[in-house]
Design a protein around this ligand. Structure first.
Ligand code: GLN
Length: 309
């Protein structure tokens, strides 16, 4: 059984940490600059309910782009596949996650996929509720259900910091409003999206949510199907094709585990029928992925032959 001992996990994390000096902490969201470049923590949540961790596991991280998988799952459960893919496509892009270029050049005008910012904004737009508060509350309770406890909330500081500086995301919204992809007030959507990205948890929670995806939407700890199998399958497919932004191809070759990253330095991974992985390492590579996190996953995947390919 792979990675059952803490010493082994500690060893892999220590080894992976060596590359963090080559990364940079995100600074375009001012509050994220507080992250410590040398941190790297990892949790693994097995299907039998046992966990393993290394590093500062108490530390909370904001989900940032990892939240895009969770909002996609909720929107698919809220509105169904047809409605969601009416607004957003299925294809990876070779562009950075916040690029605006394809919104103008792509003939359908739809954002290419739900993992880039434009696509995620279009998906968040679909979350049901009478106002921003209710939609956020529904998303947070869904995430609490996935993590198996009730104390998850969002960081107001990080949400505000992003809201005040989200000029590019505002522009993406205005493009999409012009093209009829979204029809709500842009400030409302930005309010919801920045709070969604600022939802906080520790690596263990992240690993537990990864486990639910690994088990095709089933929480083996509480023996409960939280996400329909088909929705979990769709989300995991996007994790493989677009989860690591425009580095997803290289990641598929080097690691081959369905995963989603965020600019806070988080990565959530799902090893089919076996375990979920939660990583926090704020030093990012040039594509915006946790540099230590990817190094760790590559070592883990090679050692235990975890690639799906
Ligand atoms: N909140 C971030 C943004 O929209 C999320 C991006 C990311 O994690 N890559 O810019």
């Amino acid at each position: 059984m792979p990675c059952r001992s803490s010493e082994e996990l500690d060893g892999l994390v220590r080894e992976a940490k060596k590359v963090t000096k080559h990364g940079k902490v995100a600074n375009y969201i001012p509050a994220l600059q507080k992250g410590n470049r040398d941190d790297l923590s990892v949790a693994i949540y097995h299907a039998d309910g046992t966990c393993l961790s290394a590093g500062d596991i108490e530390q909370k991280i904001t989900l940032q782009s990892i939240s895009k998988v969770l909002s996609l799952a909720l929107a698919l459960m809220d509105c169904g596949e047809e409605c969601v893919f009416n607004k957003v496509g299925y294809e990876p892009t070779g562009d950075p996650f916040n690029s605006i270029i394809k919104l103008e050049t792509n003939h359908s005008r739809k954002p290419l996929n739900p993992m880039i910012n434009a696509g995620a904004l279009a998906v968040t737009h679909l979350i049901k509720g009478v106002n921003v508060e209710e939609r956020l509350e529904r998303l947070i309770s869904f995430i609490r259900d996935l993590a198996g406890h009730n104390v998850i909330t969002y960081s107001l500081e990080v949400a505000q910091s992003e809201f005040e500086t989200a000029f590019l995301n505002r522009s993406l919204c205005y493009y999409m409003k012009q093209d009829g992809i979204i029809d709500e007030d842009v400030e409302d959507l930005l309010d919801l999206y920045t709070k969604q990205c600022a939802i906080e948890m520790d690596c263990l929670d992240l690993a537990r949510i990864g486990l639910v995806f690994a088990m095709n939407g089933f929480d083996p700890v509480r023996e409960k199907q939280i996400i329909p199998v088909e929705v979990a399958r769709l989300c995991k497919t996007f994790m493989v094709t677009c989860g690591m932004y425009n580095a997803s191809g290289e990641f598929a070759i080097r690691v081959g585990i369905p995963a989603k990253s965020g600019v806070s330095g988080g990565i959530m991974g799902a090893v089919r029928n076996r375990f979920g992985i939660g990583i926090f390492g704020p030093a990012l590579d040039e594509k915006g992925n946790s540099i230590g996190g990817i190094e760790f996953l590559e070592m883990l995947s090679k050692r235990y032959e975890l690639s799906i390919f």
